[in-house]
Design a protein around this ligand. Structure first.
Ligand SMILES: NC(=O)C1=CN([C@@H]2O[C@H](COP(=O)(O)OP(=O)(O)OC[C@H]3O[C@@H](n4cnc5c(N)ncnc54)[C@H](O)[C@@H]3O)[C@@H](O)[C@H]2O)[C@@H](O)CC1
Ligand SMILES: Nc1ncnc2c1ncn2[C@@H]1O[C@H](COP(=O)(O)OP(=O)(O)O)[C@@H](O)[C@H]1O
Ligand SMILES: [K+]
Length: 501
């Protein structure tokens, strides 16, 4: 896992590294600039392109000056530096790098408050105006400059953080930010890069290691963690040779209405393909032919639409409930009965979440360790409206602890909040997965992993990762715009095999 730090903690990690490595802060800046330049050269190898580096007078600006000098050393011929001197102060490392820039004979233009903004003949803009030190929304001269640069519609490469973007905390929806085609960010993605509010401002980002003390970063015990492939490789176990279907549990998927049988089929398919030993689907009677035809592997318990069928609850190692279930009286009764009769962690999704929102009495019946899988709208129905994704995360932390549950909030970077206060961000998945039925497959995967005895927190981490990874394997190589959920379910055994040692 890659710990994700807030700006405050990043400053602490910078200071610790400077003191204990030890390294002078200007040398750390040099290292950061070098890491940036390494990536920059890979992405933009054409050394004849005109590049303008816009620098503030803080350490982000100091990085910009060092980057301009290094690009010049790498024979980028047309480097132009613009220094925005909008404040009275500058940092010592900015000043140090300014001297080095002058010594290297690189020309620069200074702009002071109220000055006319210079023309820009560059093809590429490097944004080193403000970084993680942003402490208020852009206004005045900064706003004027950023609006001007946005209007130029050039390729912008941001240093560490796009100017105007807060790294964490609530972000106003209308925040002014210098839009970046690429952000080369230091040490770790900033938390805000993983939230939808950053979508309009960042096309893509790359994190480069600048060697901040790993030991110190771990000691901060950040609640925020970024899942990496190696974590999944550690968690997935090969199937033992002496095993049988009983070894991998029996999952029950309670889902579907006559008109939403597809949700039940997709969920059951996700469950079986993710490796449950046995999968049973509790479905409306009218769906039996569809189930038997499309998935002969899955067993059925039929519902007549009137009362909850008799079920031997104990024989199921895990339950997933909700996809396409409907919100009528029978669905409510079925959810109530399930919560009354089943005490092990279960997966609660879709209509089961909507029923829960409308019937808050059910909250106290949810088994400890259960997994709730809302998308944004379901989340807000459960917990009230939110002004930002940051505030949704804070609510998820509180509610996961209060109800002793895992909340898997679906998103481009799906967010998992655990009862112990951890927040995991899942890196896999892509927009080709934004298609109806995709969440139903995830519910099946999660129920399957619970049935296979993965503890709920692990099931969330593995489930979100392999779901997104299967989607990536299908969509990315051929730039497919849509991945069908049924196809994704079929891809799962391949994805899992590739990740199993
Ligand atoms: N040793 C370190 O601390 C390192 C820092 N690095 C760089 O340093 C950056 C952070 O530097 P700083 O903390 O100096 O901060 P910035 O350079 O991001 O900002 C400079 C100053 O601008 C002011 N400011 C904030 N918001 C403003 C606004 N809306 N309008 C006008 N002024 C505003 C603040 O007083 C802030 O300190 C990182 O993003 C990274 O690029 C890297 O060089 C790696 C090492
Ligand atoms: N742009 C995207 N990037 C990554 N994953 C996505 C994207 N869009 C959707 N997904 C994933 O697809 C699933 C969609 O779930 P959901 O909205 O519940 O679908 P449905 O209710 O139709 O089954 C979630 O797991 C989500 O993370
Ligand atoms: K910047």
């Amino acid at each position: 896992m890659l710990p994700l730090l807030t700006a405050k903690d990043i400053r602490k990690a910078d200071a610790y590294t400077i003191k204990h490595e030890p390294i002078s802060s200007i040398d750390l800046m040099e290292r950061a600039a070098k890491a940036f330049v390494g990536w920059f050269i890979n992405h933009f190898p054409d050394k004849k392109q005109a590049i303008t580096v816009y620098c503030g007078t803080g350490n982000n600006g100091g990085d910009g000056l060092a980057i301009a000098r290094m690009l010049n050393e790498h024979h980028y011929k047309k480097i132009c530096v613009v220094v925005a001197r909008f404040g009275k102060k500058s940092t010592a490392d900015f000043d140090g790098n300014f001297e080095r820039l002058i010594t290297a004979g690189i020309p620069y233009t200074g702009i002071n408050p109220g000055d006319k903004l210079p023309d820009d003949k560059g093809q590429i803009i490097i944004d080193a105006l403000l970084g993680s030190g942003l402490n208020k929304p852009l206004a005045g001269d900064y706003a004027r400059l950023v609006n001007h640069l946005n209007d130029l519609n050039k390729t912008v490469v941001a240093v560490d953080v796009p100017t105007g973007l807060f790294t964490d905390g609530d972000m106003p929806a209308d925040a002014l930010v210098l839009k970046a085609g690429l952000v080369i960010t230091f040490q770790q993605p900033k938390l805000s890069f993983l939230l939808p509010e950053s979508g309009p401002h960042i096309n893509c980002w790359e994190a480069v290691n600048i060697g901040l003390s790993g030991e110190f970063i771990q000691s901060l015990n950040s609640p925020y963690q970024f899942i990496e492939e190696k974590d999944i490789r550690q968690l997935l176990r090969p199937r033992p040779r002496f095993s049988n279907k009983g070894t991998f549990g029996h999952a029950l998927i309670i889902a579907g209405q006559p008109e939403t049988m597809g949700a039940a089929l997709l969920s059951a398919s996700g469950c079986a393909h993710a490796g449950a030993g046995l999968t049973t689907a509790c479905i409306p009677q009218s769906g039996l032919v569809a189930l038997n035809t499309s998935q002969p592997e899955v067993m059925a318990i039929m519902r007549d639409g009137k009362k909850t069928p008799e079920m031997a609850w104990d024989k199921f190692s895990a339950i997933g409930i909700g996809p396409g279930l409907g919100k009528d009286k029978q669905a409510l009764q079925l959810l109530g009965n399930t919560l009354k009769n089943y005490q092990k962690p279960m997966v609660i999704d879709a209509d089961a979440l909507n029923l829960l929102s409308a019937n808050p009495k059910l909250w106290k019946k949810i088994p400890a360790g259960s997994i709730l899988t809302p998308h944004m709208k379901e989340f807000d129905r459960l917990f009230g409206g939110h002004i930002s994704w940051w505030s949704r995360i804070q609510t998820a932390i509180v509610r996961a602890a209060e109800y002793n549950i895992n909340i898997l909030l679906k998103n481009n970077y799906t967010i998992i909040a655990t009862p112990g206060g951890r927040v995991y961000f899942n890196p896999t998945g892509n927009p080709a997965m934004a298609t109806g039925g995709m969440g139903d497959v995830l519910t099946g995967i999660l129920a399957s992993l619970l049935a296979q005895q993965h503890p709920p927190e692990q099931a969330c981490i593995i489930g979100a990762y392999i779901h997104g990874k299967a989607g990536d394997e299908l969509a990315l190589p051929s730039r497919m715009t849509v991945v069908m959920p049924g196809k994704l379910a079929q891809q799962l055994p391949v994805t899992i095999a590739r990740l199993t040692l």
